[in-house]
Write a protein that binds this ligand. Structure first.
Ligand SMILES: NC(=O)c1ccc[n+]([C@@H]2O[C@H](COP(=O)([O-])OP(=O)(O)OC[C@H]3O[C@@H](n4cnc5c(N)ncnc54)[C@H](OP(=O)(O)O)[C@@H]3O)[C@@H](O)[C@H]2O)c1
Length: 279
């Protein structure tokens, strides 16, 4: 049975483990697919100011008729808005475009200018002003994550990073756990690469599941939040249908073993920072 209520927890806050991503969805598709995803049972939606679809995402939420308080909605502060004042202005703009205050506001990518302390304080101020319920990070290596939490009064409840079977993020996962936070996997399907993977196909056959379903199950079974994206209704259903089977310890290990040194797909990390060494 689909179970949208399975959550990860950080600082007492529940985050649905399976969400729906909207990067690269044009406004019409974003509105249609957000409504569709919520009708299917998703209760977690991911967008960002830079995706230029926040207004459509808000419309899709209202079209669905699902009560707002049943939905966990995330958006992100773009790197051009990291100065004190600019950040709060974007937070206000995002809430206005969405037509609702987001549950979670993330810093999209780490940056050295302005100083991280200024940006994290501004993020806390946006929260204190009621422009978001919670705050967090995206694409922060461990050292930057620890530094940011040191500046933050409120808990940073997730670090959203690229994560899928081809990328080992063991140190980042450990850092999130140590800080009492969570990891959210972006590009959880490696942007579709999982579809042709012989190992994932074979494991899927044993369970009557697709490579995409096996991959998402592998993530949520580790307590990692996943936010797959699709513009197709049938795939949105497929990606949500992962609650009626379990991967064995051996299968979990085989999937983790697919990680490779060149597995990263989207790297826009500022050279002032460095990814954790692969474990
Ligand atoms: N914080 C960040 O910096 C950051 C960066 C990137 C992404 N994200 C977030 O993470 C979300 C997901 O990442 P993503 O969009 O890069 O990639 P993804 O979810 O890994 O993959 C999406 C691609 O896979 C295809 N697909 C979907 N379901 C499938 C399935 N069951 N089997 C085979 N192919 C499937 C989709 O094609 P169809 O549409 O044709 O189905 C699409 O081309 C984004 O939408 C965004 O919300 C965040």
């Amino acid at each position: 049975m689909p179970n949208p209520t399975v959550t990860a927890e950080a600082a007492g806050i529940q985050i649905p483990l399976l969400g729906f991503g909207t990067w690269q969805l044009e406004p019409d598709d974003a509105r249609r697919m957000v409504r569709t995803a919520l009708e299917i049972g998703y209760r977690h939606i991911d967008t960002a100011w830079i995706y230029k679809n926040e207004q459509a995402v808000g419309e899709g939420i209202r079209d669905s008729g699902v009560p707002r308080d049943e939905i966990f909605l995330t958006t992100k502060i773009w790197v051009a808005h990291f100065a004190d004042g600019d950040l709060q202005r974007q937070a206000e703009e995002s809430a206005t475009s969405l037509g609702t205050v987001p549950d979670l506001l993330l810093l999209h990518w780490p940056k050295r200018e302005p100083a991280m302390q200024e940006t994290v304080r501004a993020l806390n101020d946006a929260r204190a002003r009621g422009l978001t319920r919670h705050i967090g990070l995206s694409n922060f290596p461990s050292a930057a994550f620890e530094e940011a939490q040191g500046y933050s009064d409120a808990p940073l409840i997730t670090n959203q990073v690229e994560h899928h079977p081809y990328l080992s993020n063991r140190p980042l996962i450990e850092t999130a756990r140590t800080l009492g936070s969570t990891l959210t996997a972006w590009s959880p399907l490696a942007q579709g690469q999982i579809a042709d993977d012989a190992t994932l196909i074979e494991i899927g056959k044993a369970h009557g599941k697709t490579p995409g379903q096996v991959t998402l199950r592998w993530l949520v079974q580790q307590g990692i939040i996943a936010i797959p994206r699709t513009q197709k209704e049938n795939r949105a259903r497929e990606n949500f249908d992962i609650w009626d089977f379990q991967l064995s310890g051996d299968e979990m290990q085989r999937i983790s073993g697919l990680a490779r040194p060149d597995g990263r797909i989207g790297d826009w990390l500022d050279p002032a920072f460095q990814w954790d060494a692969a474990a």
